[in-house]
Design a protein around this ligand. Structure first.
Ligand SMILES: [Zn+2]
Length: 347
């Protein structure tokens, strides 16, 4: 080994030793700084813990509840309140309630407040209930466009309406139920279905009676459209009297002398002259075996063979023949047999 080689060898040894020293120093430094950082973090963690503990000793996190921007209170649990709103308000069940709505839903804001701050979930619920819009439904029973009664039970009302319709099939009833809504059920005068049913039945009965009265009588297919004279019935069909030999064959209506007598239905005059106890008598044949006779007349206007229309004046009231005063004796004959005129006229 020459000198140069020796020198190189030492140089390398020195270089390696230097490098190693630098490495050791570096390693020591890193260790030191890591330790210091950890220490700092621990101190910070402990400090934050202490700060949080101090804060939590004095303050607590709760939800401030506002409704339409107005503070209405505090709750600890937002979800719990939301659930209560759903079950106790939105899904509120009760008589006549159709649906419940809230114009505004509450807003929540998580806040750190003084521990002494109390929550007031019950008050909030009351405020929300006050704010809730409750829509009630009720039913109106309507007969011929007139509301007869307001009820709260659709099923019962339907049963009652169907029953009335079933019992009065012959009458054309415009009877129906409508569903109505109100926010103020206390202002609606609800009654029981039974009460409404009774009122409807009374009205239907009155309608039928009215109908019967206004209904024009039909005899053997002949419409008896006109009342011959207006007046009081003084002697009924079939009555027995000392002034007659047999039972009364017509109806007598007291009337002033000269009152025009109108023919009850269209037809042909078959007789128009004086006839014993009938006095001045006019007979009109209406077809289908139906004939009407008008007796004790003063004047007879119709001529035999003449066609007359219902309502034509064919004679005037008088007291001719077997009569004790001015009156019309009207007789209705079917195939020649006298029937009671009051079945059709002067009911
Ligand atoms: Zn008579």
């Amino acid at each position: 080994m020459n000198n140069l080689q020796k020198y190189e060898k030492y140089a390398i040894i020195i270089l390696v030793a230097k490098k190693r020293r630098v490495y050791i120093i570096l390693k020591r430094k890193i260790k030191y700084y890591t330790k210091e950082t950890c220490k700092l973090f621990s101190i910070m963690a402990v400090a934050s813990g202490i700060i949080i503990a101090i804060i939590l000793l004095k303050y607590k996190p709760i939800y401030k509840v506002t409704l339409s921007g107005q503070e209405i209170g505090y709750v600890e649990n937002e979800t719990k309140l939301e659930n209560r709103i759903q079950t106790e308000i939105i899904e509120m069940e009760g008589k006549n309630i159709d649906f419940v709505s809230l114009d505004d839903m509450p807003n929540y804001e998580l806040k750190l407040v003084d521990r002494s701050q109390e929550t007031n979930e019950e008050e909030i619920m009351i405020a929300l209930k006050d704010n809730a819009k409750i829509m009630y439904k009720y039913y109106a029973v309507i007969l011929n466009n007139e509301t007869v009664g307001l009820v709260d039970n659709m099923e019962e009302a339907e049963q009652a309406v169907n029953q009335i319709k079933e019992e009065n099939k012959s009458v054309n009833l415009d009877l129906m139920i409508t569903q109505n809504y109100t926010e103020d059920i206390s202002s609606i005068n609800l009654e029981s279905v039974q009460e409404t049913q009774t009122k409807v039945e009374e009205k239907v009965e009155a309608l039928i009676e009215q109908d019967e009265k206004t209904k024009k009588p039909i005899l053997n297919g002949i419409l008896l459209a006109v009342t011959p004279v207006e007046g009081r019935v003084t002697s009924r069909f079939g009555s027995v009297s000392s002034i007659r030999s047999s039972a009364h064959t017509g109806t007598d209506i007291a009337c002033a002398k000269g009152t025009p007598i109108k023919v009850v239905a269209s037809g042909t005059v078959t007789f128009a002259e004086r006839n014993g106890s009938y006095g001045n008598l006019i007979k009109v044949d209406h077809g289908n075996g139906v004939e009407t006779w008008y007796a004790h007349c003063t004047d007879l206007y119709g001529k035999v063979g003449e066609n007359v229309n219902a309502g034509d004046v064919i004679a005037t009231v008088g007291s001719t023949g077997n009569s004790t005063g001015n009156h019309l004796h009207i007789e209705i004959r079917v195939n020649g047999v006298a029937i009671n005129p009051q079945k059709y006229l002067y009911k």
